[in-house]
Design a protein around this ligand. Sequence first.
Ligand code: 5GP
Ligand code: ZN
Length: 111
Amino acid sequence: MIDCIFCKIAAKEIPAKIVAETELSLAFWDIAPKQPIHILVIPKQHHENVAELAAEATDYLVDLVQLGSRIASDVSTGSFRLTFNTGVEAGQTVFHAHGHITSTTPKEQVA
Ligand code: 5GP
Ligand code: ZN
């Protein structure tokens, strides 16, 4: 989609700190992290939000959650959030579906 920042990141037209990717999904560090770990996971196909993603492309949704879970277990103690702000009132500011992986406890901080 024209003028969608996450479509441009998915197409590697603009840079992001990429964490991992699959054929269907891309994970990268949030530009303005709100937690010690704050990674975004997006489908490589444009869908406005997670509800539309669930209705239109379950293969992308499942892949996104699987990749997000794998990353979360790599970078955190296994205690994490995977959240999807959906709609303006819920705080969504980028209208390309994305999950926020957040965690207060990076793995390396645990003795
Ligand atoms: P939302 O508020 O829509 O749930 O989340 C959008 C997230 O995308 C925010 O946490 C914001 O910091 C992040 N973000 C917005 N633009 C960019 C960008 O160009 N690059 C990266 N890496 N993150 C972005
Ligand atoms: Zn998009």
